[in-house]
Design a protein around this ligand. Structure first.
Ligand SMILES: [Zn+2]
Ligand SMILES: [Zn+2]
Length: 313
C-alpha cells in the first residue's frame, strides 16, 4: 500500500492574520504519523476546517517565539485537555515556551490531563531532534531576530517495492517477502534462487521535506536544505522591498526562488505573505523567475510527494 507523505498548509500570513489567511501552521502526514509545524493563532480552527483529527498529533515543532508562530498553542493544548486527551504530547521549541504556557495554565488553575514532554532546541547547532522507525527530524540554521530554526523531515531508507505479477509468476512464497523487501534474492521451496531485480521494482526513494520559517536570505540555509524534495521557504515581501526584508530579517519571493534553485530541490512552496498583498500571483511570478517549480502555500493547499520506486531524476 502506498504510504503518505502529505503536507497541508493551515496558515500563510505573516505577523497578523487576514480574512483569508491565518498565521503560520502546517500539518505533515508521513505514513499516518501527524506532525504539527508551528501553531499560529486559531490553528485548532484550521485543523477542524480541513477535517484533520487533531488528537492524532503527537509532536508539535515550533520554529521560534514570535506570536504568529505559536499563539495558537495555548488554545490547542486547552482543547486537548477539555476533550480528554490521553496520549502525551511532545513539544519542540527554543527556550521559553514551557514557561509561557505554564504561567497561563497556572493562572487558569488548569492541570492538564495528559503529559507534555518539552524538548528545548539549540537553534545554533543543527541536529536530529526526533527519530523513529521510518523517519528523522533535524533542525536547520535560520537567520532571524530571535532564536529560530527550521526543520527537515526525512524518511529513512525505504524498502524494495514488490512487483506482484512477477512474484506470482515465479511462485515466490510469502515467507520470502521480508527478505525480498530488504533487497535479498528469493529462495523457492525447491531451492531455486530468483534474483531480487526480477521480482521488485527497485528501492522506494526516501522522501524529504524542509520547513524554513522566518529568515533572511542566508547561504547556510541553502547548505542546510540541499537536495530535499519539497522545500517551504518564507517569502514575506516582493523584491522591491528588499531593504525592508533585510531590516525585519525576512526574505523576498525572488530570494526564496534563489534558495530553491541553488539548493537543487524538487518543488518550492512559498508562504508567510505580508498582509499588504491581496493578490499573491505577483509573488509567485517573481519566485518563478528564479525557480520554475514554485507553488503558493495558501491556506488549505495540499502537497504530496508521491512514492518513487526508481528515484527522481
Ligand atoms: Zn513570522
Ligand atoms: Zn518571526
Amino acid at each position: 500500500m502506498a504510504s503518505a507523505f502529505e503536507l497541508t498548509i493551515l496558515g500563510s500570513s505573516s505577523a497578523t492574520p487576514t480574512v483569508n489567511r491565518n498565521t503560520t501552521a502546517q500539518l505533515l502526514n508521513v505514513a499516518e504519523r501527524f506532525f504539527l509545524i508551528d501553531c499560529g493563532e486559531a490553528t485548532q480552527i484550521q485543523l477542524r476546517k480541513y477535517k484533520i483529527r487533531f488528537q492524532r498529533i503527537n509532536h508539535i515543532f515550533i520554529s521560534h517565539l514570535h506570536g504568529d508562530h505559536y499563539l495558537g498553542l495555548m488554545g490547542l493544548l486547552s482543547s486537548f485537555h477539555l476533550l480528554g486527551r490521553i496520549n502525551p504530547i511532545h513539544i519542540y521549541s527554543p527556550s521559553g515556551l514551557k514557561e509561557i504556557i505554564a504561567i497561563q495554565m497556572n493562572f487558569s488553575g488548569t492541570n492538564l490531563c495528559f503529559e507534555t514532554v518539552w524538548h528545548e532546541l539549540d537553534t545554533e547547532n543543527p541536529k536530529i531532534i526526533f527519530e523513529d522507525k521510518i523517519l528523522t527530524v533535524e533542525t536547520i540554521i535560520l537567520n532571524h531576530r530571535v532564536p529560530c530554526c527550521g526543520f527537515i523531515f526525512r524518511e529513512k531508507e525505504r524498502e524494495f517495492s514488490i512487483n506482484k505479477e512477477q512474484v506470482i509468476f515465479y511462485g515466490v512464497p510469502l515467507t520470502q517477502m521480508v527478505n525480498v523487501k530488504s533487497g535479498q534474492d528469493a529462495v523457492l521451496n525447491d531451492g531455486t534462487i530468483i534474483k531480487n531485480a526480477l521480482i521488485t521494482r527497485g528501492k522506494q526513494k526516501a522522501r524529504s521535506y524542509a520547513f524554513c520559517s522566518d529568515t533572511r536570505f542566508d547561504d547556510r540555509v541553502i547548505q542546510g536544505v540541499k537536495g530535499v524534495d519539497l522545500l517551504y521557504h518564507e517569502a514575506t515581501f516582493m523584491h522591491d522591498l528588499l531593504e525592508r526584508a533585510k531590516q525585519t530579517y525576512h526574505t523576498t519571493a525572488l530570494e526564496a526562488g534563489r534558495v530553491a534553485r541553488l539548493a537543487k530541490v524538487w518543488k518550492l512552496i512559498i508562504g508567510h505573505f505580508s498582509a499588504r498583498y491581496v493578490d499573491l500571483n505577483p509573488l509567485l511570478a517573481e519566485a518563478k523567475t528564479e525557480f520554475e517549480s514554485t507553488f503558493l502555500g495558501e491556506d488549505g493547499a495540499i502537497f504530496n510527494i508521491p512514492e518513487q520506486p526508481f528515484g527522481r531524476n
